[in-house]
Design a protein around this ligand. Structure first.
Ligand SMILES: [Zn+2]
Length: 144
């Protein structure tokens, strides 16, 4: 992606009340693009997803309870990409599942950003919520 397009993408994400995290978001976005994934901001969706086929993160930005949830989603979907390209985790570890692996990668990534680390409680609550939503859908016990 060309530099002006990258900057535009970063600015677009930051426009959802995330200006104060501009620097970290810029680093995360550049890192994602560097490892071969693409990002599409999904204005009409509250949910995010990763398409392994397109190697694309669809980042839902609509009606988020907290603006930071967008960042936590970005880190989690980044984890799916890393998992998919086989750079992280053990794919035979079926119990952990791809959702847990994606969050486990996000856990590592978030530590690189001190401004995001100061919001780690928000991150952890979101992670727990998402893992439990996943567990419930699949009839699994409560996840810590
Ligand atoms: Zn996921």
């Amino acid at each position: 992606m060309r530099e002006d397009k990258t900057s535009k993408l970063i600015n677009e994400i930051c426009s959802y009340s995330l200006q104060s995290y501009n620097e970290s978001i810029g680093l995360i976005v550049r890192k994602i693009l560097e490892v071969g994934a693409r990002i599409t901001v999904w204005e009409t969706s509250e949910k995010s997803e990763y398409s392994p086929h397109e190697k694309r993160i669809f980042l839902g930005v609509k009606n988020r309870a907290e603006a930071l949830h967008i960042v936590w989603s970005l880190l989690h979907e980044f984890g799916h990409h890393i998992d998919e390209i086989g750079k992280f985790g053990n794919k035979n570890d079926v119990e952990m599942g791809r959702e847990r692996r994606a969050w486990a990668y996000a856990d590592i990534e978030v530590k690189n950003y001190s401004d995001l680390m100061s919001e780690i409680t928000s991150y952890k609550l979101r992670k727990e919520y998402c893992l439990n939503r996943y567990a419930k859908r699949n009839g699994l016990p409560h996840q810590e």
